[in-house]
Design a protein around this ligand. Sequence first.
Ligand SMILES: [Zn+2]
Length: 160
Amino acid sequence: MTCPEMKNNLAEVVYESRPMPDEIRNHLTKCAGCTAELAEMEATWKLLGQWQAPEPSAFFDAKLYARLRTEQATAPASLFERAKAWLMYSTNLQMRQLAAGALAVALAVGGGTLALVDHETTAPPQTSATVRDLQSYDGNAQLFQQLNALDGDEDSGASN
Ligand SMILES: [Zn+2]
């Protein structure tokens, strides 16, 4: 077995916990490079086993749903707004450059009128979902106390 072939087989042995075939065992006795590779894979695998995903903050869900409701309550975005948002948050760099060019062309052709009209038609929601959420939490003293504690964390020592 060659060293490149070993690489794939070692991955199966380590990551899928398969029994080590004699062919691999034999190669390992003769090849220091593959032995080192195996040790590295095992160390990485062991480390991954110890890794723990960080817990989200206590109010992550509440905040997330409040923001989602705010988005739902907002008037649907125009094509221009959606294109702009997609352009800002898309991770595909090549497509972003293409879209930026297309948007520039659209603006040049349509002129500023498109942006002006768009600005007038999007009305802000009357009450934000966050405010409504906070109002519903009002009766729960314990929850409110925790929210204050959270606010204190975010201000990091700023006096109110
Ligand atoms: Zn080898």
